[in-house]
Design a protein around this ligand. Structure first.
Ligand code: FAD
Ligand code: FES
Length: 253
C-alpha cells in the first residue's frame, strides 16, 4: 500500500495509510506493531485498522498501547481473519488507520490501580506513562492477568510503582479496592463485572472505570452496531466510550 500522512490537525482523527516500523511476535498469538503516524492519542483511545481492500471488509478496533507523538503502537492478539492478516505484515508495509478515536480514561490522582486481563492489558502501558507524566507523585499499581503466559512484564515495570501478575487464576483476587482512589479496568467483561462487584461490596463502586468492547463497524458513532445499555440509556461504545464509569454499565448487577 502507498503510505501518506493525511489530516494532521491536532485533536482530529487522522485517516490514511501509514508505514509500519515493526511488527514483532511476542508469543504464539500476541504481536506488537509500531506504525509511523503522528498522533496525540490519550490513554484508553483506539484506532480502526485495516490492511485489506475487500475481505474481511470492516476495519478492526485496536487500543493504543503506546505513543511517542510520531508513532503509535498496538498490542494485539490473533483471534480471527483480520488480526491474522495484521500478524503477517512486515516493516515498510502500509496499514490503513483511522484514529485516535473514542474517549479516554479520566485524569486521576492519588492511588490508582490499573487492572488488565489478557489483551486488556494493552491500554495500560500508555495510561501508566501518561498518568506518571501528569502526576509524578501518584501511586500506580498495575494488575496484569494472563490465562497461560505473562507478557511484557519488564516493560510494564518501568511505568508503575508495582506490577502484580497472575497467570491462570483471577487477577481480581489480588486487589484490595479500599487501597485506591481510582480503579481502571480493561479485559473480558466477566472480569470487569467481577471487579465491579468486589468494589461494590467494599463501598468502592464509584472508583471504577471500565473500557468496554463490542464488535464495531464504523468506529465513529454513525452505525450504532456497538450500542451498549447503560444507566443513562443506550450508548455507542466507539463514540461515547469505550471508557465508562463502572456504575453506568454494571450498576444493576
Ligand atoms: C475499543 C476496542 C479496543 C480493542 N483493543 C484491542 C487491542 O488492543 N488488542 C486486541 O488484540 N484486540 C482489541 N480489541 C478486540 C479486537 O477489535 C478484535 O479482537 C478484532 O476486531 C477481531 O478481529 P478478527 O477479524 O481477527 O476476528 P473475527 O474473525 O472478526 O472474530 C474472531 C472472534 O473474535 C470475536 N470478536 C471480534 N471482534 C470483537 C470485539 N470487538 N469484541 C469482542 N469480541 C470480538 C468474534 O466474536 C469471534 O469470536 C478491541 C476492541 C474494541 C472494541
Ligand atoms: S461502530 Fe458504528 S456507532 Fe460504533
Amino acid at each position: 500500500m502507498k503510505t501518506n500522512k493525511a489530516n494532521e490537525t491536532k485533536g482530529i482523527p487522522k485517516t490514511g495509510t501509514f508505514k509500519i516500523i515493526s511488527n514483532e511476535r511476542l508469543s504464539r498469538d500476541f504481536f506488537r506493531m509500531r506504525v509511523e503516524c503522528p498522533n496525540d492519542a490519550r490513554m484508553g483511545q483506539f484506532y480502526m485498522l485495516r490492511a485489506w481492500e475487500r475481505y474481511p471488509v470492516l476495519s478492526r478496533p485496536i487500543s493504543v498501547f503506546d505513543s511517542d507523538g510520531e508513532s503509535v503502537s498496538f498490542l494485539y492478539k490473533t483471534v480471527g481473519v483480520g488480526t491474522e492478516i495484521f500478524s503477517g505484515l512486515e516493516a515498510e508495509d502500509g496499514i490503513f488507520l483511522l484514529g485516535p478515536l473514542g474517549n479516554a480514561f479520566p485524569d486521576a490522582r492519588g492511588k490508582i490501580a490499573l487492572v488488565g486481563g489478557g489483551v486488556g492489558i494493552a491500554p495500560f502501558y500508555l495510561a501508566a506513562k501518561q498518568l506518571r507524566t501528569a502526576h509524578p507523585e501518584c501511586r500506580l499499581d498495575l494488575y496484569l492477568g494472563f490465562s497461560d503466559r505473562a507478557l511484557l512484564i519488564d516493560d510494564y515495570r518501568k511505568t508503575a510503582d508495582d506490577v502484580i501478575v497472575d497467570v491462570g487464576g483471577f487477577i481480581t483476587d489480588a486487589i484490595d479496592p479500599a487501597g485506591y482512589d481510582y480503579i481502571f479496568a480493561c479485559g473480558p467483561e466477566v472480569m470487569m463485572r467481577a471487579l465491579y462487584g468486589k468494589c461494590g461490596q467494599a463501598g468502592a463502586a464509584g472508583k471504577v472505570y471500565v473500557s468496554m468492547e463490542r464488535r464495531m463497524a464504523c468506529g465513529v458513532g454513525t452505525c450504532l452496531v456497538c450500542s451498549c445499555g447503560t444507566a443513562d440509556g443506550n450508548k455507542r461504545i466507539c463514540r461515547d466510550g469505550p471508557v465508562f464509569k463502572g456504575e453506568a454499565v454494571f450498576g444493576q448487577c
